[in-house]
Design a protein around this ligand. Structure first.
Ligand SMILES: [Zn+2]
Ligand SMILES: [Zn+2]
Length: 426
């Protein structure tokens, strides 16, 4: 099945850019440097100055901070003599009991479980690469399926979005109650910063190059791309494979051909589903606030207007951008990009489209802020008749809009934007 041969010195080894499909010679970046695609400037590999120690040091520190942010009081607040203290864990449990299990699950996954798996697995795979460097033989078989999935978690690690959500939620209840931060809150801030740093250090392509050398693919030439239909790219390790290969000659993971129609169908399906959820997300209340016996419903827009009238301009602006501008712009720009697929645009226009895609993919997760705010307020503000907050039907619809647009952007194969050969480029 495999039609490639090993080349430990990387001689004659080629790689294809994940974003634009351009085939270039593989050059191992020097320590401290990053290799970019010459056509679309996508980062191909980065090599750390000291490859292994920072991963383990940051990994252990991040996990410790995650532990600390669970164990102690997170937030406390008091209204008219009644005070309440909550740990992050108890907040999630009370969210679950406030018939909000799906939101609690979502937070548990994006803020704790996925980061935990991502960090542990990354530390482990870097350790395996270290063993290989020490001349030891390792078992790659079970690393492969995990590697594929775990490195895809990256855009779902949302501790930073959650932290902004906490701050917005605090400002929202500041006018109603006195708020205090416990030791776990500060641990969580450090955890967020360390996690962002950790994710920036991990490079799945680099670590695979250390685990097992890339193979030579004599049937592909430099300057070719997905348009020649003479190779498939392994989604796990980045190895080029023969077009008829069903498994990767390097990591034996499943290899899929470049099938623009199939990826476009899936991307459109997610986007249309998101557009459908967008309607109830805006028209139904996202939150019910009960204060001194009176219950008031608020939609996303009425919440922003109220905050603006109360003079909380920065928070009103954050919610306005995260909940109204970003989702609308994301749906519109994805629809625009999907319509551009397969068109023969000028190189300048193609680069602009690729940049639009990168921005769209990057900012999408920040729309989750309002969902986290509602979930937090529900969990924390439960003072019986005096004051209570419940999520409305729009909360779940809005979460679905964010998740579906993220899935749509991830499913979209941006190579469909690149229709011209490299020589016509600048
Ligand atoms: Zn590229
Ligand atoms: Zn592979």
């Amino acid at each position: 099945m495999s039609k490639c041969r090993s080349s430990p010195q990387h001689e004659g080894v080629l790689q294809a850019c994940e974003e634009c499909g351009l085939v270039t010679p593989y050059i191992e970046p020097k320590p401290g440097y990053r290799a970019h695609c010459p056509r679309c400037q996508h980062s191909l590999q980065s090599a750390l100055t000291t490859p292994f120690q920072p991963i383990w040091a940051y990994g252990i520190a991040t996990l410790m901070m995650l532990g600390l942010s669970l164990g102690f009081p997170f937030l406390s607040f008091s209204v008219q003599g009644l005070s309440q203290e909550a740990s992050l864990w108890s907040a999630l449990i009370s969210m679950h009991y406030a018939s909000n299990s799906l939101l609690a699950m979502l937070i548990l996954l994006c803020v704790m479980i996925l980061p935990l798996i991502y960090i542990s697995f990354s530390m482990f795979i870097y350790w395996q690469a270290y063993l290989v460097q020490q001349g030891k033989t390792i078992e790659l078989k079970w690393l492969k399926p995990w590697s594929k999935r775990v490195f895809q978690f990256e855009s779902w690690l949302m501790a930073d979005v959650f932290l902004v959500g906490i701050l917005v939620a605090m400002v929202k209840i500041l006018s109603l109650a006195e708020v205090g931060f416990g030791p776990s809150f500060w641990a969580f801030c450090v955890y967020t910063l360390l996690l962002v740093k950790f994710v920036s250090l991990v490079d799945s392509s680099w670590v695979w190059d250390k685990l097992t050398p890339r193979e030579v693919t004599p049937y592909v030439r430099v300057g070719e791309s997905h348009l020649q239909h003479n190779h498939s790219v392994c989604p796990i390790c980045g190895q080029l494979n023969a077009i008829d290969a069903s498994e990767c000659c390097r990591c034996s993971g499943p290899v899929h051909k470049y099938l623009p129609a199939t990826s476009m169908q899936a991307a459109w399906a997610f986007l249309l589903a998101a557009a459908v959820f967008y309607i109830p997300a805006n028209f139904y209340p996202i939150m019910y606030t009960t204060s001194v016996g009176q219950t008031e419903a608020s939609t996303i827009i009425s919440g922003v207007v109220l905050l603006w009238h109360l003079g909380s301009y920065p928070v009103a602006s954050i919610i306005f951008f995260a909940s109204i501008v970003i989702p609308t712009a994301k749906i519109a720009s994805l629809a625009y990009l999907f319509r551009q697929a397969g068109k023969s645009n000028s190189p300048e226009q193609t680069i602009k489209n690729q940049q639009l895609y990168r921005v769209t993919e990057f900012i999408g997760r920040w729309s989750m802020i309002d969902i986290f705010v509602v979930a937090l307020l529900t969990a924390l503000v439960q003072l019986n008749e005096l004051m209570a907050i419940k999520p409305g039907p729009a909360a779940l619809s809005f979460a679905m809009v964010v998740i579906l647009t993220m899935l749509s952007a991830i499913t979209f194969d941006s190579r469909v934007l690149w229709r011209q050969s490299f020589s016509t480029n600048r």
